[in-house]
Design a protein around this ligand. Structure first.
Ligand SMILES: O=C[C@H](O)COP(=O)(O)O
Length: 251
């Protein structure tokens, strides 16, 4: 399995800079021998414009959320089918910023994952403990419950472990903490999903930069990175993609 690099632009990206970023990424990717899978997740407003620019570049398009219903009276929301129609292939679900700012619960995230899969999208479901939960020693319980609650029985997608305390802090979790949590998550996935759980891709997210990526990506069970801040500039994102290209394949 190749390491996958996913850029989450969050609420950043007006039209002109978004187009420039995508074109710089496409150019940069051409210079990387044997590039890994790369996904960019711009805000909803840029998806339709960027989809044609990404065709043939090797960069897939992702979104940052979708509604759990296929259609209906949900003012301001976007369905998974609407995303698929634009050429979106991935959707981030249950990001800690949505759990915190929009009160998203595990049950809602699970319903969204079902809706995404039904529309043919690959869900990237985020889990991860807060600083308080880590300090209280509850981090494995929290992450274990998130896995049980957020992933449907027929889950087919990607899991992203993002310790909330590392997001946007400039300092990723230590390699030891990442290794411990990855081992724990793999064991939980295997318990819940059997054989499928053994190979389900797990991303690490939280202040990944080009400096730490060569250390983080080779850690056992890490299947790639979910990148926030460093995905907004080509010269910050491409070194992470290069580190993934250089990372030995796992089976
Ligand atoms: O979705 C991405 C994560 O929240 C990580 O963000 P960050 O790389 O800015 O810490």
């Amino acid at each position: 399995m190749r390491q996958m690099i996913v850029g989450n632009w969050k609420m950043n990206g007006l039209s002109a800079p978004s187009r420039e970023l995508v074109s710089a990424l496409a150019q940069g990717l051409k210079a990387i021998a044997n590039p890994p899978p790369v996904v960019v997740c711009p805000p909803f407003t840029q998806l339709a414009a960027l989809a044609p620019l990404l065709k043939g570049t090797g960069i897939a398009l992702g979104a940052q959320d979708c509604h759990q219903a296929p259609s209906g009276a949900h003012t301001g929301d976007i369905s998974a089918a609407m995303l698929a129609e634009l050429g979106v292939e991935y959707v981030i679900l249950g990001h800690s910023e949505r759990r915190r700012e929009h009160g998203e619960l595990d049950e809602t995230v699970r319903e969204k994952a079902v809706a995404a899969m039904e529309a043919g999208l690959t869900p990237i479901v985020c889990i991860g403990e807060s600083a308080d939960q880590r300090a209280a020693g509850e981090y494995q319980d929290v992450v274990g419950w998130q896995i049980k609650g957020s992933l449907p029985d027929n889950f087919s997608g990607v899991v992203a472990y993002e310790p909330v305390w590392a997001i946007g802090s400039g300092v990723p979790a230590s390699p030891q903490d990442i290794a411990d949590m990855m081992g724990f998550i793999r064991a939980e996935l295997t318990r819940q999903f059997g054989e499928t759980g053994k190979t389900m891709r797990i991303l690490y997210g939280g202040s990944v930069s080009g400096r730490e990526a060569p250390t983080i990506l080779p850690i056992a069970e890490v299947g790639g990175a979910l990148v926030g801040g460093a995905s907004l500039k080509a010269d910050a994102f491409l070194p992470i993609v290069r580190a993934a290209a250089d990372c030995p394949r796992r089976h």
